[in-house]
Write a protein that binds this ligand. Structure first.
Ligand code: FAD
Length: 309
């Protein structure tokens, strides 16, 4: 089986989420990559070094500068005559492109896979991760998104794939890029951080969120996350949200501060190796998944903890 993995990048470097998708694709067969970008030759060269990759297709065109799904999907479809599976990281952009590819190919999308059981069988979470379904696809061409925390990252060196330029399908004329406001942070990226400190509604305000959560995160060299309630209340931006409708994370250590542990939050973090919960309610559901629990007032515990670290 020949697979085509869409490479997530910013025209400068390959994003980490791609690497887990490469590992998943490698369990299906030969791995080819697609770098669709503008001025992205450097990304293609970096991608060619990823272990296990045999070919990199480079579509360099201003139409692909911002990864607009409406432009990238037809490009992928144009390459599917030579590939049996299109594989995407289950990131915001990956999840934007994949269903369009599936629709254009008239096949079912296989979403958020956790494992490859065979050439046409996969496991995936259902009911917010409370059950795992084994799904089988009879489609000749597979369109798959890969949960990044479920597969090891492919090595970024050791490969020596060839880079082949492909002619793009250009601007589909369905969408245009207006602007992007990207939060800049010195902290590690949420989905690849080893330690995450997340805050919930209990923080009470954006000011208190920043005053308590950030110093603790700084001491631990951690990324900062949040529950949806904290995001909805405007304490922090949307891209901090961990959970079923936010980011799926599985760090070495996850510190949940003033988070109740609603099922939708647990769906995004319960695979973390060590979970530490700080909550004043000893019956809060977060304690059912926590390895370490601190029952008490976060406004006392967090400053004390930060000071002692
Ligand atoms: P709360 O549930 O209000 O919990 C606050 C906690 O703080 C309580 O346990 C309380 O005991 C504790 N507390 C209060 N004061 C203190 C104090 N002084 N010291 C210590 N502890 C204190 N949620 C997500 O997080 N991510 C998602 O992706 C997500 N997706 C959703 C999708 C759908 C379709 C739906 C319906 C819901 C989704 N939710 C999601 C929302 C989820 O159901 C919860 O409402 C949300 O997670 C609650 O956030 P919270 O734990 O911060 O707030």
């Amino acid at each position: 089986m020949k697979t085509l993995v869409w490479v997530e990048h910013d025209n400068a470097a390959v994003k980490d989420a791609t690497l887990a998708a490469v590992t998943a694709a490698g369990q299906l067969g030969e791995v080819h990559l697609l770098v669709a970008g503008s001025g992205a030759a450097g990304v293609a060269d970096e991608a060619a070094k990823i272990a296990g990759v045999t070919k990199v297709h480079l579509a360099d065109d201003p139409a692909y500068a911002h990864g607009l799904a409406e432009n990238v999907a037809p490009l992928i479809v144009s390459l599917m005559a030579d590939h049996d599976a299109a594989v995407f990281p289950a990131t915001t952009t990956g999840k934007n492109i994949a269903p369009r590819v599936a629709a254009l190919l008239d096949v079912m999308q296989i979403s958020d896979i956790l494992s490859v059981e065979g050439p046409d069988s996969f496991t995936r979470p259902i009911y917010a991760g409370n059950a795992i379904a084994t799904v089988q696809s009879s489609d000749a061409k597979k369109v798959i998104t890969v949960r990044g925390t479920a597969f090891a990252k492919a090595e970024t060196s050791g490969g020596s794939a060839s880079v082949e330029a492909v002619s793009g399908t250009g601007d589909a004329g369905l969408s245009s890029f207006v602007s992007a406001e990207i939060a800049k942070s010195e902290r590690p990226e949420l989905t690849s951080a080893k330690i995450i400190v997340s805050g919930g509604r209990a923080l009470g305000s954006g000011e208190q969120f920043h005053a308590l959560i950030e110093p603790l995160a700084d001491k631990l060299g951690a990324a900062v996350g949040a529950s949806r309630a904290a995001v909805d209340a405007g304490y922090v931006p949307n891209d901090y949200q961990v959970g079923q409708t936010g980011k799926i994370v599985a760090p070495e250590v996850y510190v949940a501060v003033g988070i109740s542990g609603a099922i939708q939050h647990l769906a995004g973090m319960k695979d973390s190796k060590v979970i530490i919960a700080i909550n004043k309610d000893e019956d809060a559901p977060i304690f059912q998944v926590a390895d370490v629990g601190l029952v008490g007032d976060l406004f006392k515990i967090v400053p004390e903890l930060t000071e002692k670290l």
